[in-house]
Design a protein. Sequence first.
Length: 760
Amino acid sequence: MKFAHGWSAWVLERRAFLLVGIALLSFAATLPLDSLRFQSSIEIWFLEDDPDLLVHREFLERFHSNEVALLAVFADDVFSPDVLARIHRLTRAAAGAPFVTRVRSLAAAESFLDEDGGFGIVPLMPSPHPSEPEARALRERALENPLVRGHFVSEDARAAALVIDLGPEANSEEATAEFVAAMRTIMAAEEGPGVRFALGGSPPFQEAFQRYSLSDARRFGLAALLLCSVVLVAVFRSLRLAALPLIVVAISALWTLGVMAFFDFQLTILSVCLVSLVLTVGVADSIHVLTAYRQRLTQGTERDDALRSSLDELMWPCFLTSITTAAGMLSLQASTLQPVREFGWMAALGVVLAFALSVTLIPALLSWLPGTALPTRSKKPDRLDRVLDAVARSSGHGSRFVLVSSGLLVVAALSLLPGLEMGSNPLGYFKPDAPIRRATEAIDRALGGSASIEFLVEADGGGLREPDTLQHLEVLEASLLARPGISQVTSVLAPLRELRRVLQGEAPGTGALPEKRELAAQLHLLLEGALDYPQLVQDDASVGRLSARARYTHAGDLVASLPALEAELAQLGASGGPTVKPTGPVKLIANMETQLLRSQVRSFLAAFAVITLLMFAVTRSLSLGLLAMIPNLVPVVLGLGFMAALNFSLDPGTVMIASIALGLVVDDTVHFIVRFQRQRAAGTTTEAAVAHTVRTAGRPIILTSLVLLGGFGVLALSSFNPNVHFGLISAVVVVLALIADLVMLPAALRVLKPAGLEHA
């Protein structure tokens, strides 16, 4: 308390210096903000030395392909001359779009010919404006060609695909946005009756993430600020008093973003919630200080004395609550996912900054306002006072009922937790009416999907010319096609089979792989003239690429099957076959899912351990410290059970709920325990101390809970389902924590009467 008293005197003596310093720091925080960029690439979820990320980057470097987009053309008959002409124009225009390395389509595909003893590789569609007879002939050639059917045209000829590869230089949000904008312009130029387009794949997904996330960040910040304003004005009935906490949290958010930009942390789907989180969490300390200050004014205390005594009383509990909340955020450092770690650092920083400003800026500003000009609460009990009185008068018998009921609810919630599933389908991040989701679902239905699993194939010594190696890959290809969500596989195998069929004059669909190395080597030599060969085979047939096209709508099932696939690949290498390494977006998503679950467990355990130790330090009692954790764990467990009951999945938004919620809900417990212990140290009985604490601490606890409830509630406006779920479950946890602190904790103190209650 001596430190708090010294601090309040120091703040009041140097208030002008503090206000100038805060203003200068706020200006400095705005300078690096222009460097903040949104990053939606899947790569950001992994540490730089992650083995699978290194394989992914090796793959990109080798094949000069960063991401794949798919432009779908829908029509009653894509082989009509008009639609074919559109496909040709779209192909040429897409090839000139920013960052595009190649475009594959009906207009760019090739076919093999062996006529009059001569072999040739010729365009599948020789004319950009085919006549009716040429269109009919093209239909026949395309639908019987295994290199085209299913890849660039659907079986029913009602959809065609332009597969667009982007180079590594497209690996930035600006580049992705530029590419998508260019493609939309190209598509708009070719719109017409009877033809419609859909753009899918990783680049449009990333662009949608970026666009929606930035929009959400603006909406969340404004909505959270508005809700905080409404609650504060309603509570304090004074624009001036309500403005003070808003100033604190606004500056805290500004400083946090400034530090984030200074250290080159980028905005992600997680950090769009950061401003909203700082605004809602950071306002708690200010509410406690202002509530205590106004109570003292009501009692007739002079302004400066009211400020000093308020800080004397609340400096220590506010410091403890900020430390415990920050500890909950910092527990996210146990994650191996880089965006989760960065979010933890910045959220903890925002909480600490809000505390620092609450105990400096608030008293400095209040000291300029005459106390008599500030409205004070009437001494007559209001409705909230009557509610708190009723809670404070709860009997011991009622306390036992509360504890038993809470225990039964916890058991019920725990029984639901095994059903909590991981969210592995990025398509589900978007709401059903989102354009990117509708486009992706249409592509999935008609063309087998726009996602991909890539495989880096290594067969030393030109092993891709070896019949045994080719047979191994053929078995792998069949295994992939049998898996959920995979519609087609592209590799050098299909061209080898088709080329052999053409050379031997066999019927369409009857091609087989070469049985002898000499024939395989000859076929490879002939294929070197094909446009796609360098994208399939490199390093003198020692390195190859195998690509599986997958449906986003089946991403969950596909991700679940990847462990078995990886075991199969390991067995393939051990049995003398080629080394095959899976990579690509779906593989990285699968890894992210596994690490999300591990992060959830590690972060929560770390938060629980640190906060428990802090509670021991606060209470200076083992038994009381453990008891104080009960009202913090119960809301988290019930919240996760509620999440399981609603079939919400663990995903990039909801995975942090347990750790963050534990750091948040412990704040009110600390305020309650500190006030309770002070009453016991003054010689008050346990029953009287509980009643007094409920009456005095109950009001600011309810007020801060309302602000948190509103702040997390605005996330329901998000364009992303993970953020919607995070906001809803967090709001539920806040309500449960409020009940736990004002009902369960007093009940536990009355019934259990832990040792150590005499300490202040």
